[in-house]
Design a protein around this ligand. Sequence first.
Ligand code: RIB
Ligand code: CA
Length: 334
Amino acid sequence: MSPTPVLLDADPGIDDALAIAYLVAEHHTGLIDLTGLVCTAGNVGLDDTVRNALAWLDLAGAHPLPVAAGSAGPIEVPHVVTPETHGPRGAGYADLPTTTRSTDPRDGARLWVDAARAHPGELVAIVTGPTSTLARALELEPALPGLVRRLVVMGGSFLGHPGNTTPVSEWNVDVDPEAADRVCLAWEASRAADPSIPPVLWCGLNLTERAVWTPGRSERLLAASDAPITRHLTDALRFYFEFHQSMGDGYLAQVHDPFVAWLALRPDSVVSSPANLRIECSGGHTRGMAVADVRGHRGRVDNASVAVDVEVPGGVDAILDQVSAAIASLSPRA
Ligand code: RIB
Ligand code: CA
């Protein structure tokens, strides 16, 4: 099997950093070809997401790959960051090294389009931040839904599961609801014209909040590897533990992004429901809500597969075991 081409669009971010490390490890195994990394303003501002992405790639010993700066904020509203969640610069307590790696001259939206066109029908695209850059890529290339093999988004909250940003909204979608709704409309229109185009796999908090990283898991990771990447990741995670504790979740970390990255490479492991998904953009109390029509009330084309569970021996913890083992296999950049 030739490696599956993968593009990651992220807002590093602490759990994004775990996703980056995990995908670099899977690149090294030959499972995937990590073809590019797009940075989008989300957890922190764009400059910090780019700085963090470059540093995490260096620490992971990543191959040369294009890293492009995408949207500096939402497509219509001002950007809101969350320093209390990921730290003032998005890396928690990790004191990231400076990097020799440089960014690609292309804008993130252009990198999206170039990556999709370079691998027509083969690219697995993963979004673990706001969809602001993807929305602009869809303006550049409206045929993007038909060019990617599948799009997997960490976003939304489904089945009545509460939001983590408002009572009904999840952070990635809440930052830029207009962008997320444009993604929904683009896939709806493309699937209406060509039903062979796969729906977007949306992985929301109803499932991703089950991906719990504990201090014990950090200790086991450090015991397995004292490489700089593991030391910096566990430093970053300590901040995330304190944030979750402050929210009453306990001294732990919900690591949404590496969990979704693993699922994106193994979609057969996901139990999902077809739906027509739209994002509420104007509701006074419901802005940012992911409204999945699973019963066909709207009479619109299904544009989404909403993840509701995983079918993996050992469940979510077994997936995190694999993510952790992959990260432990990384070595410092030569
Ligand atoms: O709501 C969780 C998501 O928002 C994760 O991707 C986290 O990194 C933040 O971006
Ligand atoms: Ca993220």
